[in-house]
Design a protein around this ligand. Structure first.
Ligand code: WT7
Length: 669
């Protein structure tokens, strides 16, 4: 456990939290899954988890060619699900609802200035088909990678669904990422096309997406033949003839019918780059059939989707939450989704609640960092809006502290709405642990229990499963599940080493027919009732406002600056963001002091923001002559975390190569 201080609060709440909130009888009475149904599902999955998932896949998805093989584990832990089946994800999300729900709203979208646009399922179908046909005409074919770099507008969902329709694999890059991060991801995926916009709006200013694409493509990125540009802001953009095409022009005289490309269940639906503890972000690869099943069934069970629901997940499509619970899961269930392109504080902290009111949102799913930020603005703000249509609240992305949970429960939920605290990861594709709102009694701060069909355990440092309740250690998943990642794109070695090698060689395990443990990277505590409390990451991954960042990535951004020789980055608890970034920097030459230090610190923070994107901007830079290192040359991060937090140094510093540096780090020398 390498983050003791940030774990303290979570450990404390997991040990002392005794409040229990059982589901309300009237919610349970109408819920898709009540307590009895949940226990039936658990029994069914426990008896044969492969058969359980196969039944759901047959019943819940539309297959062009039904599968006969449920799980293929010949190459485990590269598992494959429903391997001989064929389907199309966009058909499942759109076409299958047209017979009964063609005129139902699929998307309600609001821009920051207040402009609203809507798409029925029929209109969504038509837009998706037009873009799909246009992409084909541009030469994008099944198996090609397409990078999507768009604002949080309906076009993002249309672009993803259009790729799915023709069997192209999309890789969405968050619009807040810099040109350089964009270039890395385009090159990593060897993308054939990029879909972007002339700009997006956030917090009152324009984000120049097309400009970033131009910058990214200016050097390298040879694979990109076409750039499709959606006109959103109308502001002039640079144009590269032959490469750049307008979305509205290529779709203008295009058919609104496009036969779906039926793909194998294992066909890669998307790549999504995410940070790890070392090196460059990795391209997490997801499948079509297994992924869709996870997205579909978790949306249905956890968000209890009914025909009249209006579902708003506030996540950007640039993150996995925006894939599974904006672009795919709810639509696969025929639900209406809300999208909002803009900042939560624009024009004021009432924006989210106004959107809930104006569009009759019934299910609201957001991140703890947003809840904390809005809570800070006071209860009188949400009180101004009619939130009476809300019936279910959700949280995702990082541990939710009990205080934030209680505020959500009391002020937004009026003490009667269920809260689902959902634990999952980019890698898991869909939620793995969560309460079911009509069945599970909740505890503030706990994601409760694994879903039916998901088998979690806590293991010790050696990988031994800790039996019984009241266990703390590494969180592992012991059986494969359909929506799990398939590999790290172009780097299966990294897939094996990151997720499957912590407790032994996975290939040896395969030979010896031993069980595999998927190592999530989180530490967790299972309490006396068998409830899970996620304590935090075990690796050098930070969660800044719910966004995942590797300390190594921020460090390499810093050392790219001409004055920086070495850098070490750590997280520090932050009231709203959950974690903030503190960087310890050694400069070439003299250590900067006074004015120079102030100026350089500002410059470095901007430098990181420019090279990675504003979410990676350090809160604080501290200059030092040396980093605290053990005799084997390892940076002692634990010590740096204590220093960053301003707390007493309790760890043993006698093993340091340079114990004298501690005084300087503390500002005493
Ligand atoms: C990491 C995954 C889940 C999709 C969005 C983030 C942390 C996520 C919770 C939760 C406690 C959580 C974990 C996990 N996390 N949800 N409900 N309670 N921690 O996906 O960027 O891949 O990050 O987020 O540390 O490993 P991600």
């Amino acid at each position: 456990m390498n983050k003791p201080e940030s774990l303290q609060e979570n450990i404390r709440s997991s040990l002392t939290e005794t409040r229990l909130f059982p589901p309300h009888a009237d919610f349970a009475a109408k819920a898709r899954i009540d307590a009895r149904k949940l226990s039936e599902l658990r029994d069914e999955a426990a008896a044969d988890h492969v058969a359980f998932w196969a039944r759901l896949a047959h019943e819940e998805l539309d297959w062009q060619q039904p599968f006969s093989i449920a799980l293929d584990d010949a190459e485990a832990p590269n598992y494959r699900w429903f391997t001989d089946g064929a389907l199309n994800v966009s058909y499942n999300c759109i076409d299958r609802h047209l017979k009964t729900h063609a005129d139902k709203l699929a998307i309600i979208s609001e821009g920051e200035p207040g402009d609203v646009s809507t798409y029925t399922f029929q209109q969504l179908h038509d837009e998706v088909c037009k873009l799909a046909n246009a992409l084909k005409a541009l030469g994008v074919a099944k198996g090609d990678r397409v990078v999507i770099y768009l604002p949080m507008a309906p076009q993002a969902v249309i672009a993803m669904q259009a790729c799915a329709r023709i069997g192209a694999t999309h890789s969405v890059v968050f619009g807040g990422f810099s040109a350089q991060s964009l270039r890395d991801r385009i090159e990593g995926a060897n993308a054939k096309a990029v879909i972007t916009a002339d700009g997006g709006t956030r917090g009152g200013h324009v984000v120049e997406l097309k400009k970033a694409v131009d910058e990214a493509l200016a050097s390298g990125c040879q694979s990109v033949a076409k750039v499709v540009v959606y006109r959103r802001t109308g502001k002039p953009v640079e144009w590269t003839a032959g490469r750049d095409v307008w979305w509205h022009e290529i779709t203008a005289n295009t058919s609104a019918e496009c036969e779906p490309e039926w793909v194998n269940a294992e066909h890669p639906l998307f790549l999504l780059y995410t940070s790890g503890s070392t090196g460059k972000p990795k391209g997490i690869q997801h499948s079509s059939g297994g992924y869709l099943l996870g997205a579909h069934i978790t949306s249905k069970w956890i968000f209890d989707l009914h025909d009249s629901d209006v579902f708003w997940c506030t996540a950007d499509v640039g993150w996995v939450t925006g894939h599974t619970y904006v672009a795919y899961g709810p639509l696969s269930n025929g639900a209406t989704i809300v999208m909002y392109e803009g900042g939560p504080m624009t024009p004021d902290a009432g924006r989210f609640w106004k959107i809930c009111q104006d569009h009759g949102v019934t299910i609201f799913y957001t991140a703890p960092t947003a809840i904390r930020a809005l809570a800070k603005m006071g209860e009188q703000i949400p009180a101004r809006y009619d939130l009476s249509r809300l019936r279910l609240l959700g949280s995702v992305g990082e541990p939710i502290n009990p205080e934030a949970w209680m505020w959500y429960h009391r002020v937004i939920g009026h003490e009667k709405l269920p809260i689902v605290d959902t634990w999952w990861q980019t890698e898991t594709g869909a939620i793995l642990m969560s309460p079911l709102p009509g069945a599970t009694a909740t505890k503030p701060g706990s994601c409760t229990q694994p879903l039916p069909g998901i088998f979690a355990e806590i293991v010790d440092e050696a990988g031994n499963i800790i039996e019984g309740n009241d266990a703390g250690g590494y969180l592992v998943i012991t059986k494969p599940w359909p929506s799990m990642l398939r590999t790290v794109y172009d780097d299966n070695e990294r897939y094996l080493s990151t997720y499957w090698s912590q407790f032994g060689d996975p290939l040896a395990a395969r030979r010896e027919n031993k069980p595999f443990l998927y190592v999530a990277g989180d530490s967790a505590h299972r309490d006396k009732d068998g409830y899970y409390w996620i304590l935090g990451r075990m690796d050098d991954v930070l969660k800044v406002a719910g966004h995942r960042l590797g300390t190594a990535e921020v460090e390499s951004a810093l050392v790219a600056h001409p004055r920086v020789a070495e850098a070490a980055v750590v997280g520090r608890p932050h009231e709203i963001k959950g974690e903030g970034i503190v960087a310890f920097v050694i400069c070439k030459g003299e250590r900067p002091v006074d004015d120079d230090a102030v100026k350089l610190s500002r410059e470095l923070r901007e430098f990181v923001s420019k090279s990675m994107g504003p979410i990676a901007k350090p809160d604080e830079i501290r200059f030092t002559d040396q980093l605290p290192k053990t005799r084997s040359g390892k940076i002692m991060r634990r010590l740096l975390r204590s220093v960053a937090k301003g707390e007493a140094i309790t760890q043993d510093i006698s093993t340091l190569e340079n114990p004298g540096i501690v005084e300087q780090l503390l500002g005493r020398a």
